[in-house]
Design a protein around this ligand. Structure first.
Ligand SMILES: Nc1ncnc2c1ncn2[C@@H]1O[C@H](COP(=O)(O)OP(=O)(O)OP(=O)(O)O)[C@@H](O)[C@H]1O
Ligand SMILES: [Mg+2]
Length: 288
């Protein structure tokens, strides 16, 4: 495995799941803004530059900043474009090289590097997973999504073992440990939870709680289905950019609940030592 140069510091957070449309880009965007608003330096990388949801979300944000002279935190963003080289091997080499360059630069300059990935297996996607210090996997409330994580007996609902994606994550975790001596924190979050569907809520929650101990991930409740998670895309904003988002003043009950859901995710992402380091940094700058 290629090693990054010794000066790298940034904690790499990959949003991944081989399942399309489960909320990777939405969660990546909200986590990025939340981390920056806490005071961390964040760089972002889009490996799904062909679809480019994350890149467009951020481009919309830059435009809002320019147009409205808004003082909102924005990360340095690097999309990894598809190579136009002639052969598959050259394409893969070129794309990997772009990715490594972006990673080296972003980890050197930032506390966190947030990487959004495509919803399908690809060589770049696999590479990104190998560099994840923290992997966040959103899953929708459906057995189709759970099927990528666990092989479940349809008759008894017993878990027969990990399925495709979970197996791949476990293999990456083992390789990181052996080759780099590093761990892989895995966070699984539900997304688009429908609060009225109590039966499914309980079933999926119980299943994920059970899987978290078997497969070694942290389960967090994640995001409910809310318009606020999608309707600020065109302006590149999130609910954390709303007036009063910090104090909560003027936010509706749903916006406050959404803020809590994002905070929960951020809390799961930030390692304890980085939380303490940020507190120290803030205290030192207040005292200066
Ligand atoms: N919690 C939520 N509430 C409402 N809408 C949501 C929520 N999460 C995601 N969405 C919407 O669901 C759709 C898919 O989300 P998103 O693009 O983040 O998924 P993705 O995993 O990045 O997809 P892909 O695999 O295609 O890259 C988008 O239209 C997004 O706005
Ligand atoms: Mg996406």
């Amino acid at each position: 495995m290629k090693k990054l140069n010794a000066n790298t510091v940034g904690h790499i957070v990959v949003f991944g799941n081989e399942k399309g449309g489960c909320g990777k880009s939405t969660a990546a965007m909200h986590a990025t803004v939340a981390l920056m608003r806490l005071g961390y330096k964040v760089g972002t990388i889009d490996l799904d530059a062909r679809q480019g949801t994350f890149t467009r979300y951020l481009a919309n944000r830059f435009q809002t900043v320019m147009r409205e002279h808004k003082n909102i935190p924005t990360p340095v963003h690097m999309p990894i474009r598809r190579s136009e080289a002639a052969t598959l091997k050259e394409k893969m080499d070129e794309e990997s090289a772009f990715f490594f360059m972006a990673l080296e630069e972003q980890t050197r300059d930032n506390d966190f590097v947030v990487i959004d990935t495509p919803g399908a297996d690809s060589h770049l996607n696999r590479l990104a997973h190998r560099f994840a210090d923290t992997l966040v996997t959103p899953v929708n409330d459906s057995m189709v999504d759970l099927d990528l994580i666990a092989d479940i007996d349809p008759a008894t609902m017993d878990v027969r073992g990990p399925s495709t994606y979970a197996k791949a994550v476990m293999a990456v975790r083992e390789a990181r440990k052996k080759e780099l001596g590093l761990g892989l924190r895995w966070v699984v979050m539900r997304n688009r939870i429908n609060p009225t569907n109590l039966k499914s809520k309980r079933d999926i929650e119980a299943m994920l709680q059970d899987l978290s101990t078997r497969f070694g991930f942290t389960y967090i409740p994640g995001f409910s289905e809310r318009i606020i998670f999608r309707d600020m895309f065109l302006k590149g904003l999130t609910l954390l950019d709303l007036e009063g988002a910090e104090t909560g003043k003027g936010l509706s009950a749903s916006q406050l609940a959404a803020r809590q859901e994002v905070r929960y995710l951020t809390h799961a992402i930030v390692p304890e030592e980085m939380r303490i380091a940020l507190m120290r940094r803030k205290k030192a700058s207040n005292a200066a």
